[in-house]
Design a protein around this ligand. Sequence first.
Ligand code: FES
Ligand SMILES: [Fe+2]
Length: 292
Amino acid sequence: MDPQDGLSASEARSEAKPSGVPQPAGRGEAAAVAVYRRRVAAPIDRVWENVLDWEHLPFLHHDSFCGIELAESGAWGWRARVLLPPRARPSEVEIEVRIDRAASEYHTRTLAGTGAGTDIVTTLAVPDPAHTDVRVEFFVPGLPERARQAAGAGYLRLYARLWDQDEAMMARRHAVLAGHAPGPARPGARAPLPLGPAARLRERLPRLVECGGDRFRVLEHAGRLLAHATVCPHQGGPLEAARVEDGAVVCPWHGYRFDLATGLGPAGQRCRMAVRARIELDARDEARLVVD
Ligand code: FES
Ligand SMILES: [Fe+2]
């Protein structure tokens, strides 16, 4: 991966290593260019889940990755073809993430493309059940000494941003799993929710409303009043402000799509909305939310 992503130096949270750091045995010409450390507000199980979750890269981290095509995956990790910005002319790299759970460590290696031979070693530790300590060391091959410090600073900026995004996702998912935040809406009888005259409703959209203990977003799309649940049925992602595209709401975590009329996903998508929400208008143009 190319760490030169143009963020300001103030975003770096750890020190880039000075040039000339001795390379560890067995890494060929790769030089250690930086070490990144942080404490993440998520249990280690959420972190391992995140490490194996290749699907989120071009969605949660859409500013750092343009696309991904999985080659293989398993409990050992995954290998994929990854597209890197700029979006108009992306470059392609082959990335492998390989886990060594016994050592609480995983390697992110660039196998082909820009930066081939780069090995990013992440080590995890558990300071307490609610947190995980992360240490990341970046080994980059073929860099002249004078370029190592800048490369290290670029990696530190990139990793600060990636871990900020991952931490927010892991914390919300953990809260959903622990019952501290609302989970996906479940089917069940509930009274329709009156929303007033349609003309006034349209002036105040999009709007979040509660119905039967679940939250829904009411919005206008292509001239029609529509509604959908606000917790993604895949892994609890946030749909409160998710973008709407071609009649479907698109989850920002893994890009799963749910048709606003049917709650269904496209062919091949393994999950769908468990409830269907819609806006009904009566003869006087009074609106109400109906969930079934
Ligand atoms: S949580 Fe995965 S697509 Fe929504
Ligand atoms: Fe991530």
